[in-house]
Each structure stands twice: as structure tokens, then as C-alpha cells.
Design a protein around this ligand. Structure first.
Ligand SMILES: [Zn+2]
Length: 366
């Protein structure tokens, strides 16, 4: 998810061809791509608004005519990934289309459909209720909308959704207080985690300790972003101050061998999103991504899509990229899928059931 600070920091960087860098992804063989497409999966790091595909945005844009085109050709052009600034433009235009409870419900259910079509069986979807409340959606209506979509997705699509409510870090302490208040006063049973997004530079993780203390005391799992655009110290901070149980991105972890050992020893998984990292220039290109070094250090790595349509990707594409970077075959891909189940906040029965599905897919397709 973008942030005001990242926007301004990145705006004055020399123009790099990040659009073509994203397009230049390593690809698996067609056979492995087909295996991945059929692979039952869990996704742990994916944003609600950031998952709005052109199809969904077109529906919202028809309800709220304005800057976003509804003509399919123009919309396709609007959605063609160019660079980080374009991603921010897309993200903000989409945020502006979510104005009512019914918009929230439509977005959530349609995102679930796109997930189910990729054989995603379980997802922990990061929502930022503060942003919608700020735009006038009453919190009760917001919760009702996401819950209604969650129940329908489980019934119609066989997709289990769980929620992570995250603080838009760039807004500061008010957003932290309000997000934890929303989580504690209004959080449904399907709320499992508490997160922190937005810029890392200038928003040190320990500043958010009071909000995380309250959320954790209420039983929510701690899953802040850290080490995406900042160094390994922010990952240590996320662990020590915020009690992080998984790390959103954690790209800079490989700069600190002691940290890698700690992550491996304590089974703190990294939520890796390769295309997002290339698109936002956290890494120069796919070949320079530290994914292989994370795996070599014995850290649990999960593969995720972050804001998929806005970065011109899908979870299946991210699995294909990871398989290429790691030199994996079908059994290796199944291992990545199992790691996401392992690192999820599903109960043991749910983990066993989805792991069995993954094993069955491997057994019948190799
Ligand atoms: Zn994210």
C-alpha cells in the first residue's frame, strides 16, 4: 500500500523503467504455470482496496462517475502498469470510489471472486477501516458489509476470509488510536490480526507500541509491515516493540545475519511480495530480490501479491516468479503453499485440511 511519504520520496528519484521491470518477470514453464494455477493456496499479505481489479473498479465508477473511465478500453489503459506514481494514482482513484456501505460490500465480494478463481482457499485480507470511516462510511455499516461479503464468499466460493485491520501509519497517532478502537469495539470474530502500513521512514515502529499492546491484549496477532523501504532495524523494532508474529515484506532482513537467524529460530515468517518490491523500487529487479537468501537462511517465506491488479500481477504470477527465482519444481511450489498455511492464523483443523488439499494436488499432478 502506498503512502504520502513514499510518494514524495519516490517522486524525486530518477525516472526508472519500473513498469518494464515489472513486465520483465522470470516465468515458469507452461506446465509449472498450470500446476500453480490449480494449486490450492492461502494468501497472507494482500490489501482490500489494493485488490480492486479493472472489472470491480468499472462497476464502482459507474455508480460514481468521475475521473475513472468506465469504457473497457480506456479502463484497460488506465490499469496498464507504468510506474509507482501511476500505481499511487490508481490507488487513490479507487479509494475515492468507495463511498458507501454497498460499495464496501461489492468490493469485498468481488475481490473474493478473483481470489477463488485462482484457487485461493483462505486469505487474511488487510483492511484499513480508518480510511473508509474518514470518507463517511459509518463503522457499523463497514463491518456489516465486509462480514456479509465474507459469509457469502465462504458459502458461494469456498473461500475462507479472515481480517487484519491495519493502521495507515502516515496519518499518525490518531489513526492508530482510532484503528485499535475500531478493532476492539467493532471487530468481528473473523478479525484475527492487527497491522501497520504506510511509510516506514519517519514512522518508526515503536511509536505504535501502545496501539499494538492493546490489540495484542485483546488476542489479535501482530503483523506489521517492516523492513520494506527501511533497513533491518525496523524489523527488530517490529519484533521487540510490536511483538510481530509475521513480518510484512521484511525485504531488508538479509542485510543482517543475526536477524535472519532470529527469524528462523523463532519461526517468524516473512510475507514476501516480489512484484510489489520491484514496482516500488525496493529492489532493482527480480534478479536482485533477496528471496533466495531468505530461503537459504532457513526463514519461513510466504508468497503474496500485496496490491495485485495495481501492480499488474496475481498471486499465481507471484508463485511463478518465486518458483523461477528459487529454481523450484511442482514439489517445491507445493512447499511454498504449505509454508503459507503453516504461517497463517488458521486453527489446526483448518491447517490440516488445506495442507491435505495441497498434498493431493501434488500427488495427482506429478
Ligand atoms: Zn502491504
Amino acid at each position: 500500500m502506498p503512502s504520502n511519504q513514499q510518494r514524495s520520496q519516490r517522486a524525486d528519484q530518477p525516472a526508472a523503467a519500473s513498469g518494464s521491470a515489472v513486465a520483465d518477470a522470470p516465468q515458469p514453464t507452461p506446465e509449472l504455470a498450470a500446476f500453480i494455477a490449480g494449486q490450492p493456496k492461502a494468501e497472507l499479505h494482500v490489501h482490500h482496496v489494493g485488490s480492486a481489479s479493472p472489472r470491480i473498479v468499472a462497476e464502482l465508477a459507474e455508480r460514481h462517475p468521475g475521473v475513472v473511465p468506465t469504457d473497457p478500453d480506456k479502463l484497460a489503459e488506465f490499469y496498464t502498469f507504468r510506474d509507482f506514481a501511476h500505481f499511487v494514482e490508481l490507488y487513490l482513484a479507487t479509494v475515492d470510489l468507495i463511498r458507501t456501505q454497498e460499495d464496501v460490500r461489492l468490493l469485498t465480494y468481488e475481490v473474493a471472486k478473483d481470489m477463488a478463481a485462482q484457487q485461493i482457499r483462505y486469505a487474511e485480507l488487510t483492511c484499513t477501516p480508518y480510511t473508509s470511516v474518514l470518507r463517511g462510511v459509518p463503522i457499523e455499516g463497514y463491518i456489516e458489509a465486509i462480514e456479509d461479503a465474507r459469509v457469502a464468499a465462504e458459502r458461494d466460493l469456498g473461500l475462507t476470509l479472515r481480517w487484519i485491520f491495519d493502521i495507515p501509519g502516515e496519518i499518525g497517532p490518531n489513526a492508530a488510536d482510532e484503528t485499535v478502537r475500531i478493532a476492539l469495539d467493532h471487530g468481528p470474530d473473523a478479525l484475527v490480526g492487527f497491522g501497520l502500513g504506510g511509510p516506514e521512514i519517519g514512522t518508526s515502529r515503536p511509536k505504535f507500541k501502545p496501539a499494538f499492546d492493546r490489540a495484542r491484549a485483546a488476542g489479535l496477532h501482530s503483523v506489521p509491515h517492516s523492513g520494506e523501504s527501511t533497513g533491518p532495524q525496523s524489523i527488530w523494532d517490529a519484533i521487540e516493540a510490536l511483538g510481530a508474529e509475521r513480518i510484512g515484506h521484511g525485504t531488508s532482513a538479509t542485510q543482517d545475519p543475526e536477524l535472519l537467524r532470529y527469524l528462523a529460530d523463532h519461526d517468524i515468517a516473512l510475507e514476501v511480495c516480489p512484484t510489489s518490491n520491484v514496482a516500488t523500487r525496493v529492489v532493482d529487479d527480480y534478479a536482485g530480490h533477496p528471496l533466495a537468501a531468505m530461503v537459504a537462511a532457513g526463514v519461513t517465506v510466504t508468497i503474496n501479491s500485496d496490491d495485485p491488479p495495481m501492480f499488474g500481477t496475481t498471486l499465481n504470477r507471484e508463485y511463478g516468479i518465486a518458483a523461477s527465482l528459487l529454481g523450484l519444481d511442482a514439489a517445491g511450489v507445493a512447499g511454498l503453499a504449505r509454508a503459507a498455511v503453516h504461517a497463517s492464523f488458521m486453527d489446526d483443523a483448518g491447517k490440516r485440511a488445506l495442507t491435505a488439499e495441497i498434498d493431493a494436488h501434488l500427488a495427482t499432478n506429478t
